[in-house]
Design a protein around this ligand. Structure first.
Ligand SMILES: [Zn+2]
Ligand SMILES: [Zn+2]
Length: 276
């Protein structure tokens, strides 16, 4: 089985409007850093409540409202580089990071014209359509939803996500910590264990698992999403780790923190079950 720190399965190329660097740029950096498998996971944000801010893609250096033909271009571009880099010892996979909301499966199936992505990461970024992962809305999110409500709504979304059968893996579990340090304080690090257990059980029963996402390093909220506490609980419940991800938004961020994430697999005895 591939060693976890040689893989990065959460990467945003410049098709994502908040990212820089072409698919080829990332592949070259991956080779230089000695990675063996990488997967691109551009944002697919289709929540109808967020139609003015979310559903965009960068195409030919312009920000455009996302269209199926743009998704096709993204997919085709990855396919084009695959053969070239495989010869050099790097496997490159097609993936997407789909924002989870109630009703996303039907909207995604209508939108996607039959492209078979290798890997579908499902992430919760919003509470009732308000993004805690976006600097412009995070505060509004913490103000509007007292912590017990925020935890409840977040983990219920994770449970629903797990039950859809669409996703291979849950992205950055406990990602609500991103902008919470000042607004909420340490309480953000202590979601109710009962709720966590319920979410982790749903993930396990769905036959999927979690990623260990090292963007927390960049966000200065510790080292990984989820936190070490949650990883420890996941280990005790035998919830598998499906992937590691840097969540890089520019090539120099590729592979950042993978050594730490891989170290937690060892430290807590987590099950490493890569899909690819
Ligand atoms: Zn995300
Ligand atoms: Zn991401």
């Amino acid at each position: 089985m591939i060693s976890p720190q040689l893989t990065d399965f959460h990467i945003h190329p410049d098709y994502s409007i908040d990212a820089k660097g072409s698919i080829e740029d990332y592949c070259l950096v991956a080779l230089r850093k000695g990675l063996k498998k990488i997967c691109f996971t551009t944002h697919i944000d289709l929540d109808p409540r967020r139609v003015e801010v979310d559903p965009f893609m960068r195409i030919d250096a312009e920000i455009k409202r996302i269209e199926p033909e743009f998704l096709q271009r993204y997919y085709d571009e990855i396919k084009t580089v695959q053969a070239r880099f495989r010869d050099e010892g790097l496997e490159v996979f097609t993936g997407v990071e789909i924002d989870y909301f109630d009703g996303v499966v039907d909207i995604w199936n209508d939108f996607n014209s039959g492209l078979k992505f290798d890997y579908i990461l499902g992430s919760v970024h919003c509470i009732d359509g308000i993004a805690f992962t976006w600097s412009k809305q995070a505060l509004e999110c913490y103000n509007r939803f007292p912590l017990p409500i925020l935890f409840q709504k977040y983990y219920q979304s994770v449970i629903a996500l797990a039950k859809t059968n669409l996703f291979d893996c849950v992205g950055h579990l406990d990602g609500y910590r991103k902008y919470a340090a000042d607004a909420v304080g340490d309480a953000i690090n202590h979601p109710p264990h009962e709720l966590l257990r319920e979410a982790l059980t749903a993930i396990k029963e769905a036959g999927i698992g979690i990623e260990i996402n090292s963007a927390a390093l960049r966000h200065k909220t510790g080292t990984t999403y989820p936190s070490e506490d949650i990883l420890q609980l996941a280990a005790s419940m035998q919830v598998p780790v499906i992937s590691l991800g840097s969540d890089a938004h520019q090539p120099k961020g590729l592979a950042a923190g993978l050594d730490i994430s891989a170290g937690y697999i060892e430290k807590y005895g987590l099950k490493w079950r890569p899909r690819l």
